[in-house]
Design a protein around this ligand. Structure first.
Ligand code: AMP
Ligand code: ZN
Length: 112
């Protein structure tokens, strides 16, 4: 499958990894919007939030556990944001489910 995040999981494309376990990978966004901008993804290919279902949703809970741990590691005690874009209206550019963990500055409230 021609998916850049699957290629990051397999190691075919390099990334700046910050966390990895058997189910998820976290790496620095190549075009950071804030001092901390990490993408947390399932290793399994799920094309986006619209494809989360009964059989694959456990990894999403795990991703939020990892994000909370990373936020502590990155000392984001003042707060952070977790965002997932789904589909063209939301500006999803990579069709492999990913959660942006953003922080390290006062964030603008732009939710639409
Ligand atoms: P979205 O627009 O929500 O689909 O987010 C995709 C994100 O992936 C963007 O913030 C990109 O900067 C980021 N991105 C794309 N290619 C790479 C890559 N090779 N390594 C790290 N981040 C990437
Ligand atoms: Zn993929």
């Amino acid at each position: 499958m021609d998916c850049i995040f699957c290629k990051i999981v397999s190691g075919e494309i390099p990334s700046s990894k910050v966390y990895e376990d058997e189910k998820v990978l976290a790496f620095k966004d190549i075009n950071p919007m804030a001092p901390v901008h990490i993408l947390v993804i399932p290793k399994e290919h799920i094309s986006g939030a619209s494809e989360i279902n009964e059989s694959n949703s456990a990894v999403v809970a795990h991703i939020f556990e990892v994000a909370a741990k990373l936020a502590k590691d990155m000392k984001l005690e003042n707060g952070f944001r977790i965002v997932t874009n789904c589909g063209p209206d939301a500006g999803q550019t990579v069709n492999h489910l990913h959660f942006h963990l953003i922080g390290g500055k006062k964030l603008n409230l732009q939710l639409g």
